[in-house]
Design a protein around this ligand. Structure first.
Ligand code: KIV
Ligand code: ZN
Length: 448
């Protein structure tokens, strides 16, 4: 679905208006992994890497790809040009400050896109206007409007971002929004540049801009949130409740400082809570894991294990209580299916906190069934091994099962040693036996 302008703006500010909505509203996903994400320290991408990520974003089905900041370097100009030439289906945009040279560079880089858009940024907060730009509010309005009009003379789609809107005087922000729409901006993107706003404050800023700026029905309203206080996704959701219909986000939440709204989190939020929110987007969620891994690989920055949706632990169950629940019915502990984000399955991780149910489940997946005394011997050996390492692997399980199947439970050659050298001493697992037997008994009583 191609983006349209806003139509009649919504006139509400609370999340409750989502409830009971019959036909879901479309939210447009603007990905800025290649611009805001790539501009953060240690995340540099060369032209080939950017193109590979852009192809994956195309597969993911995002609506807009921000390819870069063409004036910043010849390499980035070229990356933007290659992306604009190749990508189909998504709008391709790139960033310009509100000066002609930047806008010309953007246009030269993206004009061959199927649907090009020029993105202009100029500050709106007094902090920035006085301390960064050294200008007056009037000068900023004039320069912004002139540059929007200039960009519109080149391109049908022009997005204006009043930078640091989250800390700006709300009346001046409204004046800015209506001035830029009158000058020809087709998209107004309200940024919480410093990640300062609380969700209800940010929602109110967006609601006021949509309600009070004359001509707002002629523009699409978008938001761009930073995660300095961990509120980027919450603020984005508040903005959607206030009537914004485009969200800027990045894969793995990368971006300046603490990053931007994470694409996978906002998309899965819309997806998992669709019945409540009444909103939908066009992203193919099954491509999320592939996109996350590609960005991690090409930027050289891995994702924190407990990151929502794409972290290694997002679908891993480690404690006996949770494993038992998930093995009985995934609904007990999973609010989304791993398959929906492109994973094959959840992970049952065997640790010292695991229970017998998970232990036998994992043995079963290796084709091993143990019963009676052998099962008890194997379980005791498992607990000994588990207490000495972070995770018990399939290889460990095979050795544990083999040892338990030996006459008198003797170890086979190469029986489990956790990969630690024994240096002539008894294996770590044996050394730990006495210390662990109280804990083992307790664990047995608790987890079965
Ligand atoms: O954080 C910000 O304000 C930006 C703008 C360019 C939208 O990145
Ligand atoms: Zn930003």
């Amino acid at each position: 679905m191609k983006e349209k302008t806003q139509g009649s703006p919504r006139t509400h500010g609370a999340a409750s208006e989502f409830v009971g909505s019959k036909s879901p509203d479309r939210v447009f996903i603007f990905d800025t992994t290649l611009r805001d994400g790539e501009q953060s320290p240690g995340f540099h991408l060369d032209a080939n890497s950017k193109l590979r990520i852009a192809r994956q974003l195309e597969k993911l089905g995002v609506d807009v790809i921000e390819a870069g900041f063409p004036i910043s370097s010849p390499g980035d100009f070229e990356s933007c040009r290659r992306i604009a030439r190749e990508i189909r289906g998504a709008t391709v945009t790139a960033l310009a400050r509100a000066v002609k040279d930047d806008i010309d560079a953007v246009w030269a880089a993206i004009k061959e896109a199927e649907t090009p858009q020029i993105h202009i940024v100029l500050s709106v907060s007094d902090v920035h206007i006085e301390r960064k730009l050294g200008m007056t509010r009037e000068q900023v309005l004039k320069q912004g409007a002139e540059m929007v009009a200039y960009a519109r003379s080149l391109c049908d789609r022009v997005q204006y971002s009043p930078e640091d809107a989250g800390r700006a005087d709300p009346d001046y922000l409204v004046e800015t929004v209506e001035t830029m729409i009158a000058a020809g901006a087709t998209v107004i993107n309200i940024p919480d540049t410093t990640g300062y706003c609380l969700p209800y404050e940010f929602g109110e800023i967006v609601r006021r801009s949509i309600e009070q700026a004359r001509g707002s029905e002629n523009a699409m309203f978008s938001v761009h949130c930073h995660n300095d206080l961990g509120l980027a996704v919450a603020n984005t959701l508040a903005a959607l409740a206030a009537g914004a219909r485009r969200v800027e986000c990045t894969i793995n939440g990368i971006g300046e400082r603490a990053g931007n709204t994470s694409l996978e989190e906002i998309v899965m939020l819309l997806n998992v809570r669709q019945a409540k929110l009444g909103l939908e987007c066009g992203v193919d969620t099954k491509e999320i894991t592939r996109a996350s891994r590609l960005v991690a690989e090409l930027t050289g920055n891995s994702v924190q294990p407990n990151k929502a949706v794409v972290g290694a632990n997002a679908f891993a169950h480690a404690s006996g209580i949770h494993q038992d629940g998930v093995l009985k019915d995934r609904l007990n502990y999973e609010i989304m299916k791993p398959e929906d984000v492109g994973l094959t399955d959840s992970r049952i991780v065997l640790t010292a906190r695991s229970g017998r149910h998970a232990f036998h489940h994992r043995l079963g997946r290796l084709g091993i069934t143990l019963a009676g005394e052998k099962a008890d011997v194997a379980w005791q050996r498992f607990l000994q091994v588990a207490d000495t390492k972070k995770e018990v692997t399939d290889e460990d399980l095979r050795k544990i099962a083999a040892a338990a199947s030996e006459p008198n439970g003797e170890k086979t050659n190469g029986s489990e040693t956790n990969g630690h050298e024994t240096n002539g001493h008894p294996p770590v697992t044996d050394q730990l036996h006495d210390h662990n037997h109280v804990a083992d008994t307790l664990r047995h009583l608790i987890f079965g």
